[in-house]
Design a protein around this ligand. Sequence first.
Ligand code: PMP
Length: 310
Amino acid sequence: MTNFNYAFFENKFVDLAEAKVSIMTNALQYGTGVFGGIRGYYNAQRKQILVFRIEDHYKRILSSVNLLGCAFNYTLEELIDIHIQLIKKNAPTCNSYFRPFAYVGNTSLGPNLSGVGLSYALYMIPLEDYMPTNKGLSLMVSSWRRVGDNSIPSRGKFSGAYLNSAFARKEANDNGFDEAIFLNESGYVCEGSAENLFMVRDGVLITPSQSDDILEGITRRTIIELARDLGISVVERTIDRSELYVADEVFLTGTGCQLAWVSAIDRRNVGNGQIGPISEKLRALYFDTVHGKVTKYASWCRVVDVEDGK
Ligand code: PMP
């Protein structure tokens, strides 16, 4: 599927082909940027895009900007407004993924954040599955450690930190695994290269706590709320690596992967190697929720009407 025509770049909507930066751009050289990843689910009958938890995503962008400590000229309302305008301009007729990007757009030498303002861009692409959802994933515990919160704040979504993710993902893929699991510098289970992690033991849903060097995932927060509403007890605590090998169920969550269940870790089956009952229940409820089918969670979906054939 081809990309959409328009992007937001340098304070205006432009053709995607015109949204280009110099090779000298600071963010390109040093990773001095903050980004997001947001999904919009297309409803063909109603010709609508349902953007999932748009406010929470842009709040996280603004928190990450605040962590960087750079000047940024856009408010939450303006960011949401740009997002909705871009949907209207591109008029998608498929599921879409949005990539907001606040970055150091100057071309000066050195990784300097002091006295610097951020540029802003937003583009969107068609996106269905990001990871396979029709089979269990085979994961490996990475030999790379997750960059710690006191090195690059984990709760922010900083471009430069994704080199760490890329190292772990490469190691996993080169060794025939679908994805990596990071341990943090303390040796506890952290997250995937771009997903949060959950395990189930004896009916309890367990996930690393927010002080275990994880990104504050919006899907993670969603799954915790859905699970509690289903009467499943949820515990946020540190997890030993060895606990992964004795877990009944393991799954990853993220805007991209949604809920991807794990069949094996380090070549050991998780449970019986099939999707477990809690993962299955949560996956079904998550998909219904993001498609706006659950009244209780309808406020998480921002409905945007799109004109067909524009
Ligand atoms: N951890 C990392 C490192 C990520 O990049 C992502 C993807 N944004 C996640 C977790 C999942 O976060 P979310 O559910 O907000 O997409």
